[in-house]
Design a protein around this ligand. Structure first.
Ligand code: AMP
Length: 191
């Protein structure tokens, strides 16, 4: 099983690259942000709860996020593998994911981290906000909060995978196709 973590700050290009990777490797795409947004659209209980955090640029609590992610993984028993996009974002989420995969006798193959500097992220997110309709991409304070949350709570998750020898940093600035090729090289050599 090929299980890829696509990691990086908001605006690094995780969603764009995930779309291309699932097509190339025939994987199931699990984006916690997308799942929360679908729940907001459907006005589910989970969506209403998630929105109260997302609108402020804060993380949805671990307990809720982990339960949701586990149920999504369990919905795909025949998957050839997964791309986890936007998960894990905390140490507790990383540990929960490891335990879940261990219970299925599989593991994370590789963490691919898209590296983009902050100034570029702020620009990209504001630009995306013009088309995406995402409220959290339209407010500079919320964008900054998300970058701060990434630096303080999410970035340290790298160490968890570095210590397992699974971390790979990738330059996330350049042409989409060029970055995609860098990701594929890493995946092909880890398979
Ligand atoms: P994203 O689409 O990955 O940029 O996520 C948008 C928002 O959804 C984040 O700012 C968080 O509020 C929430 N979110 C997405 N994934 C997670 C996660 N793994 N843990 C907690 N909150 C999350």
């Amino acid at each position: 099983m090929l299980n890829i973590l696509l990691f990086g700050p908001p605006g690094a290009g995780k969603g764009t690259q995930s779309e291309k990777l699932i097509a190339r490797y025939n994987l199931v795409h699990l984006s916690t942000g997308d799942i929360f947004r679908a729940n907001i659209k459907g006005a589910t209980e989970l969506g209403i709860l998630a929105k109260s955090y997302m609108d402020k640029g804060q993380l949805v609590p671990d307990e809720v996020t982990i339960r949701m992610l586990e149920s999504e993984v369990n919905k795909n028993p025949n998957a050839k593998g997964f791309i986890f996009d936007g998960f894990p974002r905390t140490q507790a989420q990383a540990e929960a994911l490891d335990n879940l995969l261990k219970s299925k006798s599989v593991s994370i193959t590789l963490m691919l981290a898209l590296e983009v500097e902050e100034e570029e992220l702020r620009k990209r997110l504001l630009l995306r906000g013009k088309d995406s309709g995402r409220p959290d991409d339209q407010n500079p304070d919320v964008i900054q909060k998300r970058i701060d949350v990434y630096n303080n709570e999410t970035s340290p998750v790298k160490h968890f995978y570095t210590s397992q020898g699974k971390y790979k940093g990738i330059n996330g600035i350049g042409e989409i196709e060029e970055i995609f090729n860098l990701l594929c090289v890493e995946i092909d050599s880890a398979k």
